[in-house]
Every structure is written in C-alpha cells, then in structure tokens.
Design a protein around this ligand. Sequence first.
Ligand code: NAP
Ligand code: ZN
Ligand code: ZN
Length: 349
Amino acid sequence: MIAAKGFAAPAPSVPLQAFSFERREPGPKEVLIDIKYCGVCHSDIHQVRDEWGKGRYPMVPGHEIVGQITKVGSEVTKFAVGDLAGVGCFVDSCRTCPSCQKGLEQYCEVGMVGTYNSKDKQGNPTYGGYSNFITVDEQYTLKVSDKLDLAGVAPLLCAGITTWSPLREWKVGKGHKLAVVGLGGLGHMAVKLAVSLGAEVTVLSTSPSKEQDAKDLGAHHFAVTKDEAQFANLKNSFDFIIDTVSAQHDIASYLQLLKVDGTMILLGIPPVPSPIPSGALVMKRRRLVGSLIGGIKETQEMLDYCAEHGIVSDIEIIPINYINEAYERVLKSDVRYRFVIDMATVKVI
Ligand code: NAP
Ligand code: ZN
Ligand code: ZN
C-alpha cells in the first residue's frame, strides 16, 4: 500500500481537516499519479455538506485532478512514468451497458464509480483529489498536454468538460446567441469555450462587479439579473441558455429569455428544486434539458481542443489548509474563477 495524505471532511457539519490514508499499489492496468493540483468544484461543497444526501465520511473531495504518473502496471499501454495525467469525476463504470459502450460512462446504467464519495467494485470507499496520490485504471485516466499551465488545466476535468459536452451535443457555434447564467467555475469555462466555438455570448450575473471580467473572458454582453429593466429587455432573445447556478433560483423567468425553439441547458444542481410552470415551455416550444459532465473520449477531445487553442481556467492557487475559507468564498460567489489546491502544500501538513 502507498501512504497518502490529504484533507477530508469527517462529517457533514465539520470543517475539512488533515487526513492520512492508504492508496492501493497499481494493478496491471492501473497507474499511480502524484497529484500536483486539484480544482475546487461547487459539487465538492454540496457533497461535503451532504446537500445531495448519501454522503460517505470521512470524505476526501476533489475531482479536478492533474499530476504526473509515477508508477505503471505491467499491462499499461497508454501511459509511461513521467507523463502528465488527469482524472475527472469518475474512476470506473460497468464498461458493458449501452451508455458505457457509447463512451457515455457518466450515464452508466449500473452507476459510475465516483472519484470520491462512492464505492469501488471491491466495495472500498473512493477518495478524491484533495490528496497527494491516486491509483486509477488507465482507461479512466486522461492525457494532459505539457503545452498548458498545469494548474489551469485542473478545472478542465470537471468545469471544462461539463460545459463542453452540451455545447457540442447542441452544436452551439456561429450564428447562435447563448446566455451563460452564473459566472463561477462552470460559467467562466462556458464563456471561454462558447466564444471559441463562435457563439455570441451574454453573461447573466447577480454580481455587477464581474462585468469587466466577463468581457475579458470574451463575452460580448453582460447583464445584471437583479436589474428588472435589463432582464425584461432580454425576453425572447437567446437560442441557448446554459444555467450553472448552484442555489435555488427562478428557472421559469430565465426560460422567458429563450426564442421560439430555444434550449435551456441545466448544469447546476441546487439542493432545493425549482418549480417549472409548463406555460414557459409550451407557449414557445422551448426545450429544457440537462447534462452531466462528459465521457472519457469526449473529455480527451476537450483537453486536446484546449491544448490546441490555449484555453485554461482562470484560477486562484491556494494551499490545502485554506480550503475551508475557500468554500466560504465560493458560497459568496467570490471566486475568480476557480480555486485550485497546490498539492505540494500537503507534504507540510
Ligand atoms: P460556482 O463557482 O459557485 O458558480 C456558481 C455561480 O452561480 C456563482 O458564481 C454565481 O454567479 C451564481 N449564483 C450563486 N448563487 C446564486 C443565486 N442564488 N442566484 C443566481 N445565481 C447565483 O459553482 P460551480 O462550481 O460553477 O458549480 C455550479 C453548479 O453546477 C453547482 O450546483 C455544481 O454542483 C453543479 N455542477 C454540475 C455538473 C454537471 O455535470 N452537471 C458538474 C459540475 C458542477 P454570479 O455571481 O455571476 O451570479
Ligand atoms: Zn465538479
Ligand atoms: Zn455502464
């Protein structure tokens, strides 16, 4: 076994604290990754605080992992020692159901094995990326380019793929007007990727102070959703809306901003559901859809696209012992635009 260190939530209402545990030695098809950076996703906060239920403790969160391979099993073919690698939101799936066969492991009918807060096929708890090592099957490990800033790549493993997948599924691009609701971790990646794909992007935010940042990220327009006049002006104007909001909000009012046949894509998973009056959809043949991260193949495509186009996340690097304050700042929408833990700071716990 390999001694690992990280930060864990001992229980839902307790701050995260230093935690020592063991990782398995890599099996024949597995790699051992020395984790360099891990992004902080709002989903970590929802799960640490058990807002979605079924939380398993102690919980080592983290599913935006990048690092360097330090060991490979005897049958590994994709990776060699020294390669950069990434791990996203899941580390295994059934591999045989129709979803897995189509490369949509995130929709595995048996259930994907989450990178943390889950159980592996042997029934052991999975521990995530707020730690210095992880052992993963090479099939569920991504290749990471050395052309990009490694810390800025980490959030691509969740925020990047979660926004990329629906943009590709719905073929968003030139000639489309897209609104991004919520300029946080997912939202800022949605802006960067959609702009790069050629869409005309508007950010809809509750934070007036983010206007300049939105423009710097490439957005063409910015509107404050609390400003009723600005909001009313946008009625019937978008082909697509990507909703990344983490808290309860009035989805129906955003639906009114879609044109006829427009599509609203829900990515945020607030713990409290919002009511949807059917008229908001029916009267303009609008569509309301959801999307969950992305499969391994599509995640690799997104990473390769970002390497080619020089796209990374805008980040604030933090030491691991800042994590509880970082959570408080995320909850206040005070993150520009993703916290990323420097895992070198784990060694000094
Ligand atoms: P985040 O960085 O906290 O960003 C969320 C943004 O939503 C905030 O920055 C804020 O932007 C806006 N917001 C917050 N509270 C709001 C409210 N009450 N009303 C309106 N807007 C509000 O979070 P994230 O990491 O991007 O994650 C966002 C959500 O997506 C979370 O629920 C997370 O669990 C979920 N998620 C889903 C997937 C998936 O596969 N579907 C993957 C990852 C995460 P402004 O300041 O601009 O208003
Ligand atoms: Zn995430
Ligand atoms: Zn499956």
